[in-house]
Design a protein around this ligand. Structure first.
Ligand SMILES: NC(=O)c1ccc[n+]([C@@H]2O[C@H](COP(=O)([O-])OP(=O)(O)OC[C@H]3O[C@@H](n4cnc5c(N)ncnc54)[C@H](OP(=O)(O)O)[C@@H]3O)[C@@H](O)[C@H]2O)c1
Length: 332
């Protein structure tokens, strides 16, 4: 096959910009690139590999001349336009949650379940960013000793809610530092300056949020463990970039800390940084812009037996979104 012609829907957004960086960084071989966004951005120019490209308004007929479309403009846009792209003959890799739980749509983290790509019908879903970070660490434990259940708390960066949320955090922080009242939040549920809140996506009738549900159902689907229990609490924190996760796993069989560390270190996509004596553990500031998800603070659990407790950090715009999607395209 000749080099695919690429389109990015949502090219002007936080994930869209990351797509451009990742495609350039990986020297992704392509015939052409088409940048699509809302009519608000039509005519805007974005630089890719040193050349300027004009952003076009997304339309029904945007897909006749492309082979692979990366969607990152929210679920509503994906639901409306991804089927049109498939009808036009393109393969869709979708960053939204629109199709993730559909049976005929593979939900893929290439290091974990690349084989699921084989059955695709034109749409492949990129998992939720917190899910991608978590499954990279769960998969080796599942393969080695089996999982019984998982308890996870996330510390999610502002940019996880998009460019407007990032801008809002900056504005609110500047206001507080200037001794002023922060502006009323708009992109985020609460003001995030010098604050955090346990509210990512909407609340469901049972008290969990939709983000917490995504972590449960998507982990079950990716690991092909429909009975696995995942109890998540998702928290937004005033960090620019990189999600962190505190994880407790209840294992089927005993696994020593040293063996778990060795497993993590040998897992593609994971990096072990676990040297507490020298205050070395993963932090967002060190993993922003990095491909690898970092794992540290690995220790024997005190609640679950046998169990492990550990800490994860991963760039949710990169491995949690654009990089994972580009790796799917590479795998195809
Ligand atoms: N941020 C993350 O860390 C992250 C991680 C994983 C997955 N995701 C998912 O990726 C998607 C994009 O997230 P984001 O953070 O990049 O959001 P964002 O910064 O708010 O960007 C949204 C993008 O969608 C475009 N868009 C909005 N309305 C549109 C319309 N009617 N037609 C065409 N394009 C339209 C915007 O174009 P304009 O600039 O013209 O408005 C912009 O390019 C979401 O589904 C999100 O859940 C995000």
């Amino acid at each position: 096959m000749s080099a695919p012609r690429i389109a990015i829907v949502g090219a002007t957004g936080a994930v869209g910009h990351e797509f451009l960086r990742v495609l350039a960084e990986r020297e992704f071989s392509m015939g052409s690139i088409k940048l699509l966004a809302s009519p608000r951005s039509a005519g805007q120019k974005l630089t890719f590999r040193g050349e300027q490209h004009v952003v076009q308004a997304l339309a029904d007929d945007s897909f006749g001349d492309v082979d692979v479309v990366f969607f990152s403009a929210g679920g509503e846009i994906s639901r409306k336009f991804a089927p049109k792209a498939v009808d036009a003959g393109a393969v869709v890799i979708d960053n939204s949650s629109a199709f993730r739980m559909q049976h005929d749509v593979p939900l893929v983290v290439p290091e974990v379940n690349r084989a699921a790509l084989a059955g695709h019908q034109g749409i492949i879903a990129n998992p939720n960013c917190s899910t991608i970070i978590l499954v990279l660490a769960l998969q080796p434990l599942h393969q080695a000793v089996g999982l019984r259940s998982v308890v996870v708390s996330t510390y999610q960066a502002a940019s996880g809610a998009g460019q407007r949320a990032m801008d809002e955090l900056h504005r609110a922080t500047r206001a507080v530092l200037a001794g002023e009242q922060p502006p009323k939040p708009d992109a985020l549920a609460q003001s995030l300056a010098f604050n955090l809140f346990p509210h990512v996506d909407v609340f469901m009738p049972d008290g969990f949020t939709r983000e917490e549900d995504k972590m449960l159902f998507e982990v079950q689907k990716i690991l092909a463990l429909p009975e696995l229990k995942v109890d998540a609490t998702c928290v937004r924190v005033p960090v620019a970039r990189c999600h962190s996760e505190s994880v407790q796993v209840h294992l089927q069989r005993e696994l020593s800390v040293a063996d778990a560390q060795q497993l993590f270190a040998a897992t593609p996509g994971l990096e072990l940084l676990d040297d507490p004596a020298n205050a070395r553990y993963p932090m967002p500031i060190e993993y922003a812009g990095r491909d690898e998800v970092a794992v540290g603070r690995v220790r024997r659990g005190r609640v679950f037996e046998p169990g492990l407790t550990f800490w994860l950090v991963g760039d949710q715009l990169k491995k949690g979104a654009a990089l994972n999607a580009v790796q799917i395209a590479e795998a195809l």
